[in-house]
Design a protein around this ligand. Structure first.
Ligand SMILES: Nc1ncnc2c1ncn2[C@@H]1O[C@H](COP(=O)(O)OP(=O)(O)O)[C@@H](O)[C@H]1O
Ligand SMILES: O=C(O)[C@H](O)[C@@H](O)[C@H](O)[C@H](O)COP(=O)(O)O
Length: 173
């Protein structure tokens, strides 16, 4: 139990630029839970595709989601809490990550295309081109009403968003 929050596995999700890495790092610091960057688990071909401004499809994402599930399963086997970033845009992807893994809780970073576009315009040193944002929103199936999901608005500062998530997680149990 950290900050009155029971051990769980958080999947920080949302479109590119919604703040997954930023917020996951803050949550990891606050909770002392290990954080993994989902971006690091893409096959090289996926990174190349995105670099060339080609959106990923279900087939491309299959091995990536499997690698994310593997990280989650390692934490489960070790009875560890953890935080991983993953866009998890579609309901079917979330189902594949959550099925048989009751420790998983999704944190959905919700924001408008306009706001996220403006943040991506200022992000440097990332392989993901801002031009792919339209395709991210086209694929997004927001997790409205799904179980074990916390939705937060991303218009505030990272610190406010993280605090908001922590307070919602405290109310989950
Ligand atoms: N709440 C926020 N307020 C202002 N800028 C933010 C906020 N969250 C993230 N950013 C900035 O927006 C950009 C995208 O955030 P990032 O964490 O890389 O998103 P993602 O991991 O979802 O692609 C980064 O430049 C980051 O510093
Ligand atoms: O199509 C997808 O499922 C996403 O694009 C996912 O692959 C991830 O979001 C990228 O790796 C970009 O990285 P950021 O989300 O960190 O911009």
């Amino acid at each position: 139990m950290e900050n009155n929050i029971p051990k769980m596995i958080l999947v920080v999700m949302g479109v590119s630029g919604s703040g997954k890495s930023t917020i996951a790092r803050l949550l990891s610091k606050a909770l002392g839970w290990e954080m993994r960057e989902g971006d690091d688990l893409h096959p090289a071909a996926n990174i190349e595709k995105m670099r060339h401004r080609i959106p990923l499809d279900d087939e491309d994402r299959r091995p990536w989601l499997a690698a994310i599930a593997q990280v989650i399963d390692t934490w489960r086997q070790e009875d560890q809490a953890g935080i991983i970033t993953c866009s998890a845009l579609k309901g079917s992807y979330r189902e594949s990550l959550a099925a048989g893994r009751p420790e998983v809780c999704f944190i959905y970073l919700q924001g408008s295309k306009k706001l996220i576009q403006s943040r991506l315009a200022h992000r440097a040193g990332h392989f993901m081109p801002p031009e792919l944002l339209d395709s991210q929103f086209a694929d997004l199936e927001a997790p409205t009403g799904e179980e074990r999901t916390v939705t937060v608005d991303i218009s505030g500062t990272p610190e406010i968003i993280a605090e908001h998530i922590l307070s919602k997680l405290r109310q989950l149990t």
